[in-house]
Design a protein around this ligand. Structure first.
Ligand SMILES: C[S@@+](CC[C@H](N)C(=O)[O-])C[C@H]1O[C@@H](n2cnc3c(N)ncnc32)[C@H](O)[C@@H]1O
Length: 280
């Protein structure tokens, strides 16, 4: 009896966290939302009970189980990405008390979220060829530092990875998170660094980059990020306001830019610190 009460309160807690993170407008692929609006389908403003797909109702029991789920459902398509996500334990990056192994974004404070595991996996897959050993990467809106840590694991000790986050408290916490992870030695050696700043400006000191990832939705692709992309490099960025697309931007060896749409997404905005702290 006690056990079943415990299980149902854990399930309720996870359900509430998932609903809060959804309501916050967070970093996920909307097809994973499966929202069924009962009263007002045209605006979606009325009470929206979530019909969660099976994978989100269950919490994986470990990081390994979460990665196996992402692999078996086809979200991860590369053994290297599976290896890296298996090595960087998501539990080290979520606030204490937050369920780590649910395929859902989670609130991290300051009106921000850690992105859903399927988005982390998708972005790592898209950037894999540009995160080879020795390459340089920039993670804009690095938040918890989870993806920045994955980038460091991909490029290794001869590479360089920079995270830029504009909320100082999140940047400080991300450094603590990384210090507990597999890539702590890379942080110590200076291969990986986190900086407080406006990521819309990129981080020119370590440019150009083979890979740039943006973890928040920009109204348009910032020119500074294009300028800091190496010829042959790739930028992955969510673009849009309410309707957002994940864009894959490739810079040719001749400097030409090509942009394609990968999928629809829902991210927090890439904005000013003031706007974010005021709730956008
Ligand atoms: C979805 S969240 C975190 C994403 C990160 N990949 C993760 O999973 O932890 C997006 C982050 O972008 C940050 N952000 C928003 N606008 C920014 C800006 N102009 N410069 C730097 N960071 C920004 C937010 O503070 C937030 O931490």
């Amino acid at each position: 009896m006690r056990k079943s009460l415990h299980i149902s309160s854990t399930a309720t807690f996870v359900f509430i966290i998932v609903i809060i993170s959804r309501t916050l407008c967070v970093c996920c692929h909307p097809h994973h939302l499966q929202i069924q609006t009962l009263n007002n389908p045209s605006t979606g403003n009325s009470f929206c009970p979530l019909r969660l797909p099976n994978h989100m109702q269950r919490m994986a029991s470990s990081n390994k189980a979460l990665v196996e789920y992402l692999w078996s459902s086809g979200v991860i398509g590369s053994t290297k990405v599976a290896e890296v996500m298996g090595a960087i334990d998501r539990a080290l990056f979520v606030p204490s008390g937050t369920p780590a192994y649910v395929d859902s974004p989670m609130p991290i404070g300051y009106n921000a979220t850690i992105s859903a595991p399927h988005m982390h996996a998708m972005c790592l897959d898209l950037l894999e060829k540009h995160l080879q050993p020795g390459m340089h990467a920039l993670d804009v809106g690095s938040g918890t530092g989870y993806l920045t840590a994955c980038f460091a694991a991909m490029v290794g000790p001869k590479g360089r990875v920079v995270g830029v986050e504009h909320i100082p408290e999140l940047a400080a916490q991300s450094i603590k998170n990384i210090e507990k992870s597999e890539v702590a030695p890379l942080l110590k050696e200076g291969v990986l660094s986190i900086h407080v700043g406006d990521g819309r400006l990129g981080y020119p000191d370590c440019a150009p980059y083979d890979a740039i990832h943006v973890g928040a939705a920009a109204p348009k692709i910032p020119q500074q990020l294009l300028d800091q992309l190496k010829p042959g490099g790739r930028l992955v960025i969510p673009v849009g306001n309410i309707a957002q697309d994940l864009k894959v931007v490739d810079k040719g060896l001749d400097g030409s830019i090509s942009v394609r749409r990968e999928t629809s997404v829902r991210y927090v905005p890439l904005t000013s610190r003031e706007a974010q702290l005021q709730g956008y």
